[in-house]
Write a protein that binds this ligand. Structure first.
Ligand code: LRH
Ligand code: MN
Length: 424
């Protein structure tokens, strides 16, 4: 569904006075507001191709209707998000859920929607109908060399699709592990996995990156062969300069200090990117910032400080991706909220008075340090994020326009109530 420019201009015009009032007040408290606005305009978040339909659990899945029936319709839906917030300028594909049958057509359609292709995702956590060997007992860790080779070949095939589309990175998440003590020789599983990843690494084009995504548990519930940041860091270090760790916020054990993990991986130049979502218990894949927005702010505070310490470009030097699943919300509304939460956390982190904070740290003044940090966190930056959208031709309030244009109702009329999209 296309949203005409005049509808966006009309919507913004009706809200301009109120926005300008809020923005001028917020801007008056921000020393270098133009730098902050430009960073917000440049910051683009990749939308997962597998999160445009209704997700579910092993218990049930309640379809919402109007779901994309093809990769083309997925690109249109992400194009619509990008039209609304101009911060969703990339799509992350999952193979084989979204095989680009005609890559040049798909690439052209994405370009028409202002989208580029971010990291490609392989899938050796499911058996495909035509697959010879099962991944029931793992893929790259498997005791059978033939199964490992099948997984290696699949990842190399995914790289090929990515090259055709102009992507420049591969995310490898392995569900490999075990469910019971004694079931798996965990040392051999690590070595098999490393040897397998080395063959995929060798197939990477010169300018590509490989992201090793770790996860504490699920679908295996005793051991996971890439189970935490340390293991992912070990693989990435042993593989070489093109291999990095990928931090999915939902893949940690309860109460893990994710911002500390991020600070250290960034310092070690082995942080590749993120799968943003939120969770209260396990890998809940909930809307970003819906459960623990303070943790998201603390993560971005470490990112801004750590990236500035290395002179990195905030917009392009790390992989910014969402990985969520929508059991009860409209997928597009959920994604609009997630992008907004990320932009707000980034804007707040840009407001942290770093030199004052470092002075408080050097004098062990924990009270002052918290005051400086929470001054930024408690600053309402929503009008700054909205101004960045306005200046880049997008919508002051994306969710409101999405609802007032009855986008979901139109998608259901166009695609039907029972359409089921590929993905989780
Ligand atoms: C695993 C994961 C991984 C994807 C999948 C869809 O939990 O986070 O990133 O491949 O979700
Ligand atoms: Mn993920």
């Amino acid at each position: 569904m296309l949203i005409e420019k005049y509808k966006i201009d009309e919507f913004n015009q009706n809200r301009l006075d109120e926005h300008k009032r809020k923005f001028e007040f917020a801007a008056s408290n921000v020393p270098d507001v133009e730098r902050v606005l430009q960073k917000l305009i440049d910051f683009q978040i990749a939308i997962p191709s597998w999160a445009l339909g209704t997700g579910g659990t092993r218990f049930a899945r309640f379809a919402g209707g109007g779901e994309p029936r093809s990769l083309e319709e997925k690109i249109e839906d992400i194009g619509l998000l990008h039209t609304l917030n101009n911060s969703s300028g990339a799509i992350s594909l999952h193979i084989p859920w979204d095989i680009p049958t005609n890559a040049s057509n798909i690439k052209a359609l994405a370009a028409q929607n202002g989208l580029r292709f971010d990291a490609m995702n392989s899938n050796t956590f499911q058996d495909q109908p035509d697959q010879k060997l099962s991944y029931k007992f793992g893929s790259m860790q498997h005791v059978d060399k033939a199964v490992r080779q099948q997984a290696i070949d699949h990842n190399i095939e995914v790289i090929k699709y990515g090259v055709e589309l102009g992507s420049d990175s591969l995310t490898v998440w392995l569900s490999d592990g075990s469910n019971f003590p004694g079931q798996l020789n965990m040392r051999k599983a690590f070595q098999n996995t490393l040897e397998s990843l080395k063959e995929v690494y060798a197939a990477l084009p010169a300018d590509w990156k490989m992201f090793i995504e770790y996860k504490a548990f699920e679908p295996n519930f005793y051991s996971t062969t890439v189970g935490d940041w340390g293991q992912s860091f070990l693989y990435a270090t042993k593989l070489g300069d093109k291999a990095f760790t990928l931090v999915d916020l939902g893949h940690h054990l309860p109460n893990a200090n994710i911002e500390q993990i991020v600070a250290l991986l960034l310092m070690e130049e082995k942080l590749g990117g993120f799968h943003f979502n939120d969770s209260k218990y396990g890998d809940d894949d909930l809307t970003v910032g819906s459960i623990n927005p303070y943790q998201l702010f603390l993560i971005f505070k470490e990112l801004v400080e750590g990236m500035d310490a290395r002179g990195m470009n905030h917009a392009t030097d790390l992989g910014w991706m969402i990985d969520a699943s929508h059991n009860v919300k409209d997928p597009l509304e959920d994604l609009l909220q997630s992008v907004e939460a990320i932009m707000i956390a980034y804007a707040q982190a840009l407001l942290v008075d770093e030199s004052a904070l470092q002075e408080a740290q050097m004098t062990n003044d924990a009270v002052l340090a918290q005051e400086i940090l929470q001054q930024a966190y408690r600053t309402d930056v929503r009008s700054l994020v909205a101004e960045a959208r306005l200046r880049s031709g997008a919508v002051l309030e994306p969710l409101q326009l999405y609802r007032s244009l009855k986008v979901r109702k139109n998608l259901i009329k166009e695609r039907g109530l029972k359409t089921v999209t590929t993905g989780l």
